[in-house]
Design a protein around this ligand. Structure first.
Ligand code: C5P
Length: 225
């Protein structure tokens, strides 16, 4: 693997899920394992980049030569990413919770007579970390890469996100397919960019796909090893 491809560049990457507290013992989250993000962080470090990996709660070993910052909520993740700027490349692979509880209770919520039948939880929108950083007026990373995980109309939604979030590249992931995606060691993705036709990458291990994606990112910033 081209060990000098990203030499001298700072790559910022988000990975894993976020957890949004309801009370001291409960939270809202999702099934993201963080595997694709950690594989990309490892491949980028192997390619010579200085890597900052901002990770939600996951059960994974930190790759060698990667600076890992652990966070819990989407708001923490945004703060940690802003603190890590400037970056030459941003890859947003985290499955950030779109909403968080409007109020976090200081004490454990109890079942009471008033909520015998059920209860309502009020949610507010979380910031879009990727869009926020990709729109940053003076500190936008040189190349911004997002993920689109969809169950239908994959390429249409992905190309819409590419435009709307001001990205250079988007990695589209069909999460309706059972053999790939969440917690799997393999993945199959399509890369969309602003200039080129969609590039379909065959089913492969996340480690091997990550190297392939890092190579394509290298080409996008004019590097070839
Ligand atoms: O809009 P959607 O959640 O499908 O967009 C997915 C892309 O945006 C991923 O790259 C994800 O990491 C990023 N994202 C983010 N912050 C959010 C929501 C999504 O960085 N609040």
């Amino acid at each position: 693997f081209e060990s000098r491809l990203l030499d001298g560049l700072h790559l910022l990457i988000t990975a894993g899920p976020t957890r949004e507290a309801i009370d001291p013992v409960r939270y809202i989250s999702n099934h993201s394992s963080g595997k694709m993000g950690f594989a990309l962080a490892e491949a980028a470090a192997e390619a010579g980049a200085r890597v900052t990996l901002v990770s939600g709660p996951v059960n994974l070993r930190t790759p060698d030569r990667v600076q890992r910052v652990d966070v819990v909520s989407a708001l923490d993740m945004l703060t940690a990413c802003e603190a890590a700027l400037p970056a030459d490349i941003l890859i947003a692979s985290a499955a950030v919770a779109d909403y968080r509880p409007a109020h976090v209770s200081d004490s454990k919520l109890k079942k009471t007579d008033d909520n015998q039948q059920g209860m309502r939880l009020e949610l507010v929108r979380n910031p879009d970390i990727l869009a926020t950083l990709a729109m940053h007026p003076n500190r936008r990373p040189g190349l911004c890469v997002g993920f689109a995980a969809e169950t239908h109309d994959l390429l249409r939604y992905a190309s819409d996100k590419l435009q709307r979030k001001n990205l250079d590249l988007i990695i589209a992931n069909d999460v309706s397919q059972r053999d790939i995606g969440f917690n799997s060691d393999d993945n199959r993705v399509t890369l969309l960019s602003r200039q080129q036709a969609p590039q379909h990458l065959e089913l492969a291990s996340k480690a091997s796909l990550a190297r392939h994606i890092i190579r394509i990112i290298g080409e996008h910033i004019g590097r070839t090893a």
